[in-house]
Design a protein around this ligand. Structure first.
Ligand code: PMP
Length: 399
């Protein structure tokens, strides 16, 4: 037992101990944190759909009564008896939206951990951005392919790797996110498409933080940049802007069929419950027409960027609605988060291993339903907390 408690003590000493809090999301960009109302600057419910009472009422009144007997469990994996009719309907809806085949998974983690091991072998090469999500890294680790990482968004380095290794590998997979989950910056998809074409590689893009929130029809950065037809494996997750659970990959039909036969995280898990899939279907049917919410999210982001620069002296470029406020030290980041919580703002810090050592930060994750007044008040509180943090740091260095 000591072995485990020693590990917890080590985490505590290095400012890396995590605790779960009770968070109940509320409308208007709010949440109840252990029962206390706070402004929620840490939600991935980017369009506010998870707290949209009218949409949920509509689902309860119109969709629920027409569902069959089994609501809460699929009772089996998709390849056995769990492939209920809502799976077919959700995939057909996605296929209409993207114009290609779609395969639904239980979560983004399931998709990312299963796809690459299913499609690659020891003669293949995976080139991935250094900052891709942990689930992609785990998928790469489970694959037998050779793996090389390139510096974050450094496409010159990626090209050098392609030049050096392409001829030695049967197939090459380039793996990236579109909107990066911890940095909020955005991959240059047109450049990646050009590279994949030039070097005859395959491109996998995780659009977890972009689907629903970006693109004219909510299809993500791939849609925004006209790259959709060239992305070989596009992963979208339902748990963020799409306010549900699960994930999908958009790919060619042959790849879909191969995944159905080979992908262990699809084959060996119980399918999602019909209720969740039926809610996903409604959201996917509506997401196309939600441009005013996407526009509202852009406005909230622009206001926050302005407030951070004006009030808190923090410069962020606002490429997306995820805004990192860099702090560095793990303990200092936790203190700033705690100070914000005391003032009624939930803006959680992210620390290693979610981000590289020495780069602990607040991760502001903005949603369309946040109120402008709350944003300016938050920037004012943050200014004071960052000043205290800098002074503490300077004092510690003098000692
Ligand atoms: N990819 C990225 C980039 C993510 O940020 C996340 C969730 N944090 C996932 C995949 C996993 O998605 P899910 O929560 O559906 O497992």
């Amino acid at each position: 037992m000591n072995h485990f408690s020693d590990q917890l003590s080590t985490l505590q000493q290095s400012g890396l101990l995590r605790q779960m809090r009770h968070t109940d999301a509320r409308e208007g960009g709010m949440a109840l944190l252990n029962g206390t109302p706070v402004v929620n600057l840490s939600s991935n419910d980017y369009l506010g759909l998870a707290v949209d009472a009218a949409l949920q009422r509509e689902w309860v009144q119109q969709v629920l009564p027409a569902m069959g007997d089994a609501l809460f469990s699929a009772s089996s994996s998709r390849l056995l008896t769990g492939n209920h009719s809502y799976y077919e309907r959700v995939e057909a809806q996605l296929e209409r939206m993207y114009g290609r085949s779609a395969l639904f998974f239980n979560s983004g983690c399931h998709a990312n951990m299963g796809i690459l091991p299913a499609l690659t072998g020891k003669d293949d090469l995976i080139l991935s951005d250094k900052l891709v999500h942990a689930s992609l890294i785990d998928g790469i680790r489970l694959s037998e392919a050779t793996h090389v990482r390139y510096r974050h968004l450094d496409y010159e380095r990626l090209e050098a790797l392609l030049r050096e290794h392409r001829h030695r590998s049967r197939r090459v997979f380039i793996v990236t996110e579109s909107v990066y989950s911890m940095d909020g910056d955005v991959a240059d998809l047109p450049r990646l498409v050009a590279l994949k074409q030039q070097y005859d590689a395959l491109l996998m893009v995780d659009e977890a933080h972009a689907v629903g929130a970006r693109g004219e029809h909510g299809l993500g950065v791939g849609e925004e940049t006209g790259c959709l037809p060239h992305i070989d494996l596009l992963v979208g997750t339902m748990g963020k802007a799409l306010s549900s659970v699960g994930a999908y990959v958009i790919c060619d039909e042959t790849v879909k069929q191969l995944l159905i036969n080979r992908c262990r995280t699809l084959i060996f898990t119980t399918a999602l419950p019909p209720v969740n899939m039926a809610w996903s279907l409604l959201v996917l049917e509506r997401i196309r027409a939600m441009n005013s919410l996407r526009e509202q999210l852009r406005r909230v982001t622009a206001t926050m960027v302005q407030q951070l620069a004006g009030h808190a002296g923090v410069s962020v470029d606002g490429q997306s609605n995820i805004l990192p406020v860099m702090i560095g030290d793990n303990h200092a980041a936790t203190r700033v988060t705690d100070g914000l919580l005391d003032a009624g703002f939930m803006a959680l810090s992210v620390r290693p291993p979610a981000v590289p050592p020495g780069t602990a930060r607040l991760r502001l994750s903005l949603t369309a339903n946040l109120q402008p007044d709350d944003l300016s008040r938050m920037a004012g509180v943050l200014k004071t907390l960052l000043e205290v943090s800098r002074n503490n740091n300077a004092e510690a260095q003098r000692r």
